[in-house]
Design a protein around this ligand. Structure first.
Ligand code: NAD
Length: 368
């Protein structure tokens, strides 16, 4: 059966990493019919808007999309295309797995957690204004509703059950934000009572940051509001090996959009240099969502083996500072070809390869 999926190449390194992801998807043998639509800078040139109606029409029709990163101007200019997509398609759950791959580039090779971030409200509601005419004071409104809090915490507990994860941690700042924080906290506590099989606990955001950089292996599913989730998912991407290897997914009730945690990295655009792994692992998540579990396992395994073997990896996985085994960096397209080549060859029943240099020696390398 063919699966029709919207493909948004995006800006900056987006076209390169989405081409890489398509190549790897093709190697799985799963029949995907890509419907390519433009959003971001290329859409402005063609349609005069960064987010033409055809993008919404295509995603609503197919209910599935693979997306490259899209640039958002800082300060002035148009509002974020990414935030607009989430709000208008009601993609309320941003799910970002942070899994250390082959022990590379991480001090914490045991890291395996998922950040579930509320993606439609909070401090990203877009309600903000200058308080006075001279622009000496400004307000951004933090909107937290019971409806959105209930559905995101339910989503986190359901994900924990589905993925056989036994622990959900809510992150908030209810000691200072006495209304918005407390509302989210109450929604979490009441939902937790309905999932007695799953351990539920809470952390204040500041404490959570400290806990994560000391012992990330103690956490499994983290559920939180929009801004805290944005920050924590980058933090967790760093713990697990960096932005180059961190995939993500956005879920609504009927639509799913897969996109990496990283942005458009404009300084690497058009150089065939960026790491394609985050976008390739978005294909893994997409295949899992489609029920194509074996193909998804093959993609993950092929990425793992490529990084563990370390013959064909991009600059971020190759250079000193990231790894104890520096090698000459390969291009984005060469690494994608290597992963795609491995997809049909990997042995899913074999244990995952362990790289030659154990990550436990990473600390001494950095300190030496
Ligand atoms: P960024 O993630 O684009 O880049 C930060 C740095 O991380 C890069 O300079 C590069 O060193 C590294 N990096 C990121 N992706 C990489 C990859 N695949 N391979 C190798 N190295 C990689 O973050 P930024 O510079 O803050 O943002 C650039 C633009 O992207 C901004 O306009 C921002 O708004 C946008 N953005 C979009 C999304 C999205 O589309 N979902 C997400 C984040 C940022």
């Amino acid at each position: 059966m063919s699966h029709r999926v919207t493909l948004i190449p995006g800006d900056g390194i987006g076209p390169e990493v989405t081409a890489a992801a398509r190549l790897v998807a093709g190697a799985t043998g799963v029949d995907i019919d890509w419907e390519v639509v433009e959003a971001g800078e290329r859409a402005i040139q063609a349609h005069g808007t960064p987010l033409p109606d055809e993008v919404f029409d295509s995603i609503r029709r197919n209910r599935l999309a693979l997306k490259g990163p899209i640039t958002t101007p800082i300060g002035g200019g148009f509002r974020s295309v990414n935030v607009a997509l989430r709000q208008q398609l009601d993609l309320y759950a941003s799910v970002r797995p942070a899994r250390a791959i082959a022990g590379e580039g991480t001090r914490f090779p045991e890291t395996d957690l998922v950040v579930v971030r509320e993606a439609t409200e909070g401090l990203y509601s877009g309600v903000e204004h200058w308080v006075d005419r001279d622009h000496t004071a400004a307000e951004t409104v933090n909107i937290v509703t019971r409806k959105a809090s209930d559905r995101i915490v339910r989503f986190a507990f359901e994900l924990a059950r589905r993925e056989h994860r036994r622990h959900v941690t809510a992150v908030h700042k209810a000691n200072i934000m006495k209304t918005t924080g407390a509302l989210f906290q109450t929604a979490f506590q009441e939902m937790a009572a309905k999932y007695p099989d799953i351990r539920a606990d809470e952390r204040l955001i500041d404490n959570m940051c400290m806990q994560l950089v000391k012992k990330p292996e103690e956490y499994s599913v983290i559920v939180t509001t929009n801004l805290f989730g944005d920050i924590l998912s980058d933090l967790c991407a760093g713990l697990a090996g960096g932005l180059g290897v961190a995939p993500g997914a956005l879920y609504g009730d009927t639509i799913a959009v897969f996109e990496p945690v990283h942005g458009s990295a404009p300084k690497y655009a058009g150089q065939d240099k960026a790491d394609p792994v985050a976008e390739i692992l978005c294909v893994e998540l997409l295949l899992r969502h489609l029920g194509e579990a074996e193909a998804a396992d093959r993609v993950f395994r092929a990425v793992w083996e490529t990084i563990a073997e370390k013959k064909v990896v991009t600059y971020d996985l190759a250079l000193p500072g990231y790894t104890l085994r520096p090698v000459s960096p390969s291009s984005c397209s060469a690494m994608a070809k290597e992963v795609a080549r491995k997809v049909p060859l990997v042995d899913l029943s074999a244990p995952l390869s362990t790289p030659a240099n154990p990550a436990s020696s990473y600390d001494s390398h950095l300190e030496g």
